[in-house]
Write a protein that binds this ligand. Structure first.
Ligand SMILES: Cc1cc2nc3c(=O)[nH]c(=O)nc-3n(C[C@H](O)[C@H](O)[C@H](O)COP(=O)(O)OP(=O)(O)OC[C@H]3O[C@@H](n4cnc5c(N)ncnc54)[C@H](O)[C@@H]3O)c2cc1C
Length: 380
């Protein structure tokens, strides 16, 4: 087999890139060792937020929302994109100070975001107990929202196939052959593929893929737990989030409350068993935020992996050491929401030789030079 590009990983990022590249006329093969969405994508909350502390994440998210707004029509399948906003709870003056700094930067990029006084919080989400969650204010962006991660990924994969991409599920990438510092070929459980370009979109397993070409990346897998309650009548539209308590939750259009938070002693590693500690910690925190949920049943609880980098920002772009090896990983807890723009930027680089400046600021090199700024607006 031969291909212009081989993409490793059938999550939202791999499928979005397959779609963009195939649409540009490139021959694309995507290999996924299990099924599409079997990684973090199928486990995620699929929240879409533009309120970040770093310019890069904010820009990527703003541009991604513009794509999400068009995706259902463009891809020919409803991805359940809804814009109910994100309400970020502030608990102390330090958080308020950081929020006001963030808002200034976000507004300079054209984002409609504002600071909300304590008394206004219930105008946006009436069921919140402002006292119980120790809120002194919040920030709110009405164009934030969420989409269905399965429908989004399948819609992208389907569109990619329509443009001729070959999406090979149940196919594991086992090795990458490099000659004279250039990618030549990949080996998979379903045969070898000659190619000049391999994209590492393997999420929490990206480190293992990078090792195949002798590159060490500073990514660490962290288990994250998430739960869903039984269906309730529709009560609120915004995603509620607190960086201090680590909690996030929203109500899905079918009525379920979906949310998560990190357990206090979470450690790195590929440990995917759900914990009882999560259930108690989540129940306690959620009912402190919304006491009326006390008698509601959780119906399911599952885990997935964050692929965490030292600055909680993705690693993107072509390797300097191995020509044709392209990084698309390290999304930490926000790879779903950034995927539309990330895939656009990488597709333009691969197909059109056009280099967006974000590929410099988010290159792997930043960890060698030490020139990086940590994203502050993250949970756990
Ligand atoms: C509980 C939880 C909640 C989250 N909430 C949000 C949220 O609200 N908003 C948001 O934007 N993000 C969220 N995230 C993060 C988001 O899910 C990820 O950043 C995003 O899905 C990453 O997508 P991906 O395509 O890069 O990787 P993945 O979806 O992880 O896909 C990587 C794929 O690579 C495959 N693979 C690995 N090794 C190989 C190999 N050798 N050969 C072939 N295939 C291989 C895996 O099977 C996997 O399917 C959350 C994550 C979790 C776990």
């Amino acid at each position: 087999m031969k291909s212009d590009v081989v993409i490793v990983g059938g999550g939202v990022n791999g499928c979005a890139l397959a779609y963009r590249l195939a649409k540009k006329g490139l021959k694309v093969i995507l290999v996924e060792r299990r099924f599409l969405t079997s990684g973090a994508t199928g486990a995620c909350g699929a929240g879409i937020r533009q309120q970040w502390s770093t310019k890069e994440n904010t820009k990527l998210a703003i541009d991604s929302v513009k794509h999400f707004e068009k995706f259902s029509r463009e891809l020919g399948m409803d991805i359940d994109f809804r814009q109910g906003g994100y309400l970020i709870i502030n608990h102390d003056e330090k958080e308020v100070e950081q929020s006001k700094k963030n808002i200034k930067m976000q507004r300079s990029l054209g984002l409609d975001v504002r600071f909300i006084d304590r008394d206004e919080i219930n105008d946006i989400v009436p069921i919140l107990d402002v006292e119980g969650m120790h809120a002194i204010g919040a920030t709110f962006c009405p164009t934030d929202g969420h989409a269905n991660p399965f429908k989004t990924t399948f819609a992208l994969a389907k569109a990619a196939r329509r443009y001729g991409a070959n999406i090979m599920t149940h196919t594991t990438l086992t090795d990458i052959v490099v000659e004279n510092h250039r990618v030549k070929k990949v080996k998979t459980t379903n045969g070898s593929i000659e190619t000049d370009a391999v994209v590492n979109a393997a999420g929490a397993w990206s480190k293992k893929i990078a090792e195949m070409v002798g590159i060490d990346i500073p990514n660490t897998p962290f288990r994250k737990e998430i739960m869903v309650t039984e269906r309730l009548k529709l009560m609120f539209e915004a995603m509620v989030i607190s960086f201090k308590d680590g909690i996030y939750f929203s109500q899905q259009k079918e009525g379920h409350i979906l949310g998560g938070l990190p357990i206090p002693e979470e450690r790195e590693g590929y440990n995917f068993m759900p914990t009882f500690m999560f259930l108690t910690h989540m129940a306690k925190t959620l009912t402190r935020y919304v006491p009326s949920l006390k008698y509601i049943n959780m119906v399911r609880h599952w885990t997935g992996f964050y692929d965490v980098t030292p600055d909680a920002r993705p690693i993107l772009g072509e390797s300097e050491e191995v020509k044709g090896f392209i990084h698309c990983h390290g999304f930490s807890g926000h790879g779903f929401m950034l995927s539309p723009k990330v895939s656009e930027v990488l597709a333009e680089y691969i197909a059109d030789d056009k280099k967006d400046e974000i590929l410099d600021s988010l290159s792997l090199k930043r960890f060698k030079t030490g020139k990086f700024t940590r994203e502050k607006s993250v949970v756990g």
